[in-house]
Write a protein that binds this ligand. Sequence first.
Ligand code: PEP
Ligand code: MN
Length: 329
Amino acid sequence: MMIELKPHTDRFAFIERLKWMGLEALVVGEHRLIIVRGVDKNVHLERFIALPEVAAVLPVKEKFKLASKAVKGQTIIQIKGKTIGGSELFIIAGPCSIESKEQMDFCAELAHAQGAGGLRGGAFKPRTSPYEFQGMGEEGLKILRDAGAKYNLVTVSEVMDASQIDMVASYVDILQVGARNMHNFSLLKELGRVKNPILLKRGFAASYQDLLLAAEYIISAGNPNVILCERGIRTFETHTRNTLDLNAVPALKELTHLPILVDPSHGTGRRSMVLPMARASIAAGADGLAVEVHPNPDRALTDAAQTIGPEAFAVMMREVRKIHSCLEA
Ligand code: PEP
Ligand code: MN
């Protein structure tokens, strides 16, 4: 059960009272919310509502509490004049890996011209093989920051390890947690203490509950600005790199108030499938997309097979905007 306290309540004194009532309580995040454990099903909620410090009692059935739809209608993140989770689409575009200033300047100009609000680029790459390109590191982040600044774009890059958080956060607006790190609980907890929103990608063998509990780690550690990203899961199908699970969009919309983006690039692994799955993602109700785009996709150092070029990106932007405008707000 969750209790929302009235403003200016002394949370710790209230928790002492609950202890005295034989209950265990937990303060979560920076909120006025506390989790109460040990409440017997037969205990009437009125008993808590009657306490003078209590604003509301929220019976949350799910294991994830702060991420649950039961506590909030919708999280809307405002950043650099853009909104994520509101009525606008939020599109993040850019290469898998940052490779050069020219490449990032090109992508930033393209993203801006086509109306995308976010610029992505990996500087620390979680490669399956240690012999593959590992990313440009901090030098790449400076390129990303400068390219994004020219067009007031929201910059996004992956942080792979807790030791990198402060450095990456000093260059980029949104910190990405990759699919391979969704279960890295020490990283998730540390991300709770930063101000930057977190783009949390679904692990390729993670259930919706696993994803939402990963989000719960970040929120309960103090950072409420988590954006979920469906990026495909492993199935028995080998034709595609992953199976883009678009069930995730309406399912997560029912379970959580957090914004949900879809990544049709990693979700398919195939350039020809990015556009149709981008369209389908928006039709399913996603708040936006994260798409790999490169000035010359065949020459991309990483993930070339799933990376689209500038013309395809322009078509994608036009079509997803049309689909979005057909949907009721
Ligand atoms: C990426 O966005 O470049 C990436 C590595 O994604 P994922 O963690 O979803 O594989
Ligand atoms: Mn990639």
